[in-house]
Write a protein that binds this ligand. Structure first.
Ligand code: CA
Ligand code: CA
Ligand code: CA
Ligand code: CA
Length: 355
């Protein structure tokens, strides 16, 4: 029976206008990284690197906008800092970059605004867990490096760095090995949004690129460089509690194209969860709370994996920049994915992000 037969008209309008009831998930952090070495706003964006054979030796990379890329173990202990004057903003991981000799290597890629300025590329050595700067010519010449995400095409096997900017310019570079074994970037596409864009993530399996226009929402593009240049606004600031700045974006992958797109809703200190497939329907809000470890605020970049890592994180982990801590210096908080999911979201440890 139609509702209109049962309810007076004013009540019907109220029901139609009310937002759908959605879950709010309230995880407590299980771990955190040591406070940043610099004071003030410096931690920005994390990445998770999965060790190919020994998951407990996986790494968290975190950018220090006043320093370099900090390499942490899963307990949050800093192991090293690379390119300490490069002032990286965002960092991401390319799995299985194919070299000219046929071997494959994992890469860390970051957008940097210091010395050098541009996009930097490091190889990650699984034996030593160290990063080695292999950028050809010092840096890939992004015009206005700000945010960054990578995309490895399952169609062509090519890897890309996608760089966002204050101006809304989005540049896509194909990563190529030079004759002397270093890695450079050749620009293959430019997209344009109207306002400040930073957060950026590609869904490699579905060939989708998401870009956060900080005050507007999340745009979805075809990630292939020859794809249409028009994006679709799939999440708007003001809808489902999404608040600006829309900051970090991350993909939680699961089998059969399932999983989530997660966005940092900075001024709310929360994270919005959307379906990974289809039209990115809104699913839930993650609003962490303080427990043994303090809560997050002014959240910036995020990273997530579905894969088991150390015994502390047997069902994946979610890493979040925290804008302030009791110690007075910023850091990254680490959540067990099953604490985030709380029987409401998918927990799938089998989907493999490696090609
Ligand atoms: Ca990142
Ligand atoms: Ca921002
Ligand atoms: Ca905090
Ligand atoms: Ca940021």
């Amino acid at each position: 029976m139609r509702l209109s037969r049962l309810l007076p008209a004013p009540l019907l309008i109220l029901i139609a206008a009310a937002p759908p009831a959605r879950e709010t998930l309230r995880p407590e952090a299980r771990g955190q990284t040591e406070p940043m070495r610099h004071e003030g706003d410096c931690a920005d964006d994390p990445a998770i690197w999965l060790h190919p054979t020994r998951p407990e030796r996986s790494l968290i990379l975190g950018t220090d906008k006043q320093g370099g890329v900090v390499v942490y173990d899963l307990a949050g202990k800093p192991l090293s800092t690379v390119s300490p004057r490069s002032r990286p903003d965002n960092v991401d991981i390319v799995y299985g970059f194919r070299r000219r000799d046929g071997s494959v290597v994992d890469l860390a890629v970051a957008s940097c605004r210091g010395h050098p300025r541009g996009v930097l590329v490091w190889t990650i050595d699984p034996a030593t867990r160290t990063l080695d700067d292999v950028t050809a010519g010092g840096a890939i010449a992004a015009r206005e490096p700000y945010g960054l995400g990578v995309y490895r095409s399952r169609k062509t096997g090519l890897s890309y760095a996608i760089v966002t900017a204050y101006s809304g310019r989005v540049e896509q570079f194909v990563l190529e090995e030079t004759a002397d074994g270093r890695i450079g970037g050749r620009k293959v596409r430019e997209l344009k949004l109207n306002g400040i864009t930073e957060g950026c993530v590609a869904d490699e399996e579905l060939g989708r690129l998401y870009v956060a226009e900080e005050a507007v929402g999340i745009w979805r593009f075809d990630a292939e460089p020859d794809g249409p240049k028009e994006g679709k606004l799939v999440a708007r600031v003001g809808e489902n509690g999404l608040r600006g700045d829309v900051e970090g974006l991350a993909i939680y992958g699961a089998r059969d194209g399932r999983g989530y797109l997660i966005a940092s809703s900075q001024s709310a200190g929360t994270f919005k969860v959307y379906e990974r497939g289809g039209d990115n329907a809104f699913v839930a809000t993650i609003d962490p709370r303080s427990g043994a470890i303090d809560d997050v605020s002014d959240t910036d970049g995020i990273a997530v994996t579905n894969r088991p890592t150390s015994p502390a994180y047997p069902k994946g982990l979610f890493v979040v920049q925290d804008g302030s801590t009791p110690a007075g210096r910023q850091n990254f908080k680490i959540y067990g994915w099953e604490d985030v999911a709380a029987d409401k979201l998918i927990v799938d440890i089998d989907w493999d992000p490696r090609p």
